[in-house]
Design a protein around this ligand. Sequence first.
Ligand SMILES: [Zn+2]
Ligand SMILES: [Zn+2]
Length: 282
Amino acid sequence: MLTNHHTHCNFCDGKVPAAAMADAAMDLGFKVLGFSSHAPLPFATDWTMNRADLPAYVETIRAIGRKHAPGMEVLLGLEIDYIAGLCGPADGRFDAFGLDYSIGSVHHVAPASLGDDPLSTVDGPQEGYDALIARGYGGDGLALAEDYYAALATCVKVGGFDILGHFDLIRKNNFRGSRFRLDVPRYRDAVMGAVDALEGSGIIVEINTGGMARGKTDSPYPEIWILRELRARDVAVCVNSDAHSPAHLLACQEAGLESAMAAGYRELVAITRAGRISIPIA
Ligand SMILES: [Zn+2]
Ligand SMILES: [Zn+2]
C-alpha cells in the first residue's frame, strides 16, 4: 500500500501545482497522499509559504481530496519548523486550519556566535553550510551537529506534531563525512539525545528518501544504525519521499523499505483521516 505524507507543491518550493502532484500520485497507485507545504515562518524566506496563502492552500488541498476520493485519500498537512527560541510546531499557529497532520522539522540552527546574522539552514547550498561551520562553529562541524540534534531533541520534547522530518538532515551537505565524521562518539552522543527523546513520544519518524533521490546521500534519512536504535525503543516509522516534483514521488521507495526491514521493522505506520493504520512490510 503506497502512502506519502511528505509532499511539496508550488505553494512553497515545490515545482508544480498540488493538482499535478495528486494526479501523478493517483497514476502511480498511491492510496494516501499528504501535502506538507513549508509552513510560514516569522520571517520571509524563498522556500516557505506566505501566511496570506494559507486559506487558499487549505481550499486547494481539500478540493483535490474531493476529486480523488475514494480511490486516493488526500490529507492536509504542513511541515512546520522548530527554531530554538523562535517558533515550533507546538505554538498552535496553524490550529485554525484544521490540519489532518503535521511534520515537525529542523532546518535552522542559530549559533550564538553569529550574533545578528540571519539564521542559517543546514540543507541549503554547500557554500552556506560550509560558511556556517566556519563562522558559526569555528570550523568544528561536529559542534554544528550537536546544535542540530539538541534542537531536534527539544523539538520532539515540546511536540505538537505527528511525524518527525528527515532525522539526520545534517548529513545532506556532509557527503560521506567530507565535513565531519559520523563514526565518532561525539556524533553518536548527539544523535542519541534525539533518539531517546522519541521513546514513548508517539511521534512517527519518517524514513525520508529525498536526499538520496537527489544524490546528496547514499542512504535514506535516518542512517540504518539510528533506525535500529529507534526500533529498539518501539518508535514507529513511515516512508516518505519529500517530493518537490512528480518524478520524486516514488524515488528510492525501495531503499526506504529495505532500510526499515534491515532495522527490524515489520510494519510501517501511516496516518489516515480515520487515524493511524499499520502497513505490514514483511
Ligand atoms: Zn524539510
Ligand atoms: Zn520537506
